[in-house]
Design a protein around this ligand. Structure first.
Ligand SMILES: CC(C)(COP(=O)(O)OP(=O)(O)OC[C@H]1O[C@@H](n2cnc3c(N)ncnc32)[C@H](O)[C@@H]1OP(=O)(O)O)[C@@H](O)C(=O)NCCC(=O)NCCS
Length: 313
């Protein structure tokens, strides 16, 4: 059997989605693959990093795929999936190779992934590439009550004029760079804006952003049906960080209450203790855990002073 690794294109999206559903359903014991991540689109991932995604082909058939993204100095990958009948034949390792090459070429200083903390296979696979298991990431959710929803106080990136958007992006990059040098989420904000599959919620002090939250929801987004996937959120580091974080998440809650979405899902690394405790206080509850694996084995922005949400599933 010869497996060829090729860049993924839009034409492969349906097949890649199918492989992803079948592989994770086999892993998790879900009998109907259609129920896995129902409604979540991989199209936004393809749009985010058009040259960071690869497929494994057995002749013309797509049998595995990997998605990856560079957030400035930080690179992460996932989902990585292979059809169950092809497991254990080195295909995942073949898919990882070009992504590792892209991370090196793109100048990332920290790379990582989220995986099953209870799977010796997964952890061993990624350790071969130098990734080391660190803190758990809690995947948390919170129901949204539309009855109390009001979005009067919510400012979004899409509501700003062109010049303000440019200034705002600079402000968001500065917040991220202060958390981890070179970390830059502009790509996520701009992709969401161009695909119109969610909103970036802003927390402003005067005219300056002190926090932002990239929220996927609706058709074409990375969120499951009826949910908001809070892909990334961060506030400016400093004495006001805890308060700003609470205010930011409350604004997300208010916005989401107005858009026909019933729950918010957010992943948070438990090394960010203050942020985790804030989410608990805001009635988020963990429904599953995974482990962050990272190289090099350093804290990066997984520190108690970093009020950050991200989810590398
Ligand atoms: C995880 C997944 C992508 C791996 O794909 P794969 O093509 O089977 O992986 P590979 O064959 O390239 O590598 C697996 C390696 O783990 C090793 N391994 C398997 N079980 C192991 C165990 N219990 N302990 C240690 N190593 C183990 C294998 O021996 C192999 O290494 P080798 O080639 O040196 O022998 C695939 O199982 C999958 O799609 N799973 C469902 C979706 C998923 O979990 N994705 C990953 C989410 S982070």
């Amino acid at each position: 059997m010869t497996i060829n690794i090729k860049a993924l294109s839009q034409d492969d999206l349906l097949a890649a989605t199918r492989v992803c559903k079948i592989a994770f359903s086999a892993q998790l014991g879900i009998s109907n693959p259609d129920l896995f991540n129902a409604g979540a689109s991989l199209g936004a991932r393809l749009a985010l990093e058009p040259n960071g995604n690869y497929g494994a082909f057995d002749e013309e058939q797509l049998v595995g795929s990997i998605f990856s993204a560079n957030w400035g100095s930080v690179g992460y990958f996932g989902p990585l999936t292979v059809l169950p009948e092809y497991w254990g034949q080195g295909i995942a390792q073949k898919l990882l190779e070009p992504v590792m090459g892209n991370f090196a070429a793109g100048g990332t200083t920290c790379q990582g992934l989220f995986t099953f903390s209870n799977s010796p296979k997964h952890i061993a696979l990624y350790q071969k590439f130098g990734f080391y298991p660190r803190f758990l990431t809690a995947i948390m959710s919170k129901s949204v009550t539309s009855a109390i929803a009001s979005n009067n106080d919510v400012v979004t990136y899409s509501s700003l004029g062109p010049q303000r958007q440019i200034e705002c992006l600079e402000g968001l990059s500065a917040i991220c760079d202060d958390l981890y040098v070179g970390l830059d989420l502009s790509k996520e904000v701009l992709t969401l804006e161009s695909l119109r599959c969610g909103e970036t919620v802003l927390l402003l002090e005067g005219e300056s952003p002190v926090g932002f939250a990239v929220c996927h929801f609706g058709p074409g987004s990375e969120a499951e049906n009826g949910g908001c996937y809070l892909k990334f959120a961060a506030v400016k580091r400093g004495d006001d960080a805890a308060r700003h974080f609470r205010e930011l998440i409350q604004r997300v809650d208010h916005l989401i209450g107005t858009v026909n979405v019933s729950k918010i899902v957010a992943g948070i690394n438990l090394a960010r203790q203050g942020a985790y405790e804030s989410l608990l206080a805001l009635h988020f509850r963990p429904f599953t855990y995974g482990v962050l694996m990272q190289r090099p084995n350093v804290a990066a922005y997984d520190r108690p002073d970093c009020f950050v949400i991200d989810d590398w599933r």
